[in-house]
Design a protein around this ligand. Sequence first.
Ligand code: PGA
Length: 255
Amino acid sequence: MNKALRKAVIAGNWKMNKTPNEAKALIEEMKPLVKDASCDVALCVPFIDIPAAIEAAKGSNIKIGAENVHFKSSGAYTGEVSAEMLKEAGVEYVVIGHSERRTYFGETDQTVNLRSLAALNAGLKAIICVGETLEQRELGYTETLLKYQTKMALTNVTKEQLKNVIIAYEPVWAIGTGVTATADQADEGNGYVRAAIAEAYGEDVAQSVTIQYGGSMNAGNADELVAKENVDGGLIGGASLKAPDFAKIVAAASK
Ligand code: PGA
């Protein structure tokens, strides 16, 4: 099975939740619960929580990520944070192109590509999000859209850099709604992403890329989702704010 070639990654996406002190407390609670994971474990946290999160996670198997990154390395971009700043702070992962950023903050396929290149050039691991809306799914555009978003995000990304790329397939209709894609829908969506990577880089390369599912993944449905051939872990929102739930998802991906 090709799935065995890939490292599953369970990444929490805290969104705009937890103060630095709360971040520290949650990570302390999580550490013993996820210490035996065989998958990679990351928590992507608000910028302001990063130092406290890195301090709390020190010596554990939890890696810390950010939730966004700017594409310039410095300059007059008020309110933004560069990849070099994140790298120096000890960040290893960064979420790019989350649907909330696309919807509320004007993120486009072009800026997702620029942010991905900046992150990869700085040596960060990019978790690039793609996903269709319910309307796009109902119109039958899911495959076309996922392939387009994937290829656009990876424009000018080299085969070597692709080793630091994770794609998260997150159907917009499943994010924070409690409506999870069925395991077959998740597998199919992830399969479209893998096919797009194969078209751009070749089948062998595509088989080596970690592709997560995200969207209302929780302690109850993680087992079925991560067992699918094309689902290499998950990007977890709500359930990553509760240590026991997050630990169950990590355990599911460690089987
Ligand atoms: P959710 O969020 O797990 O709360 O649906 C997933 C995400 O936005 O990455």
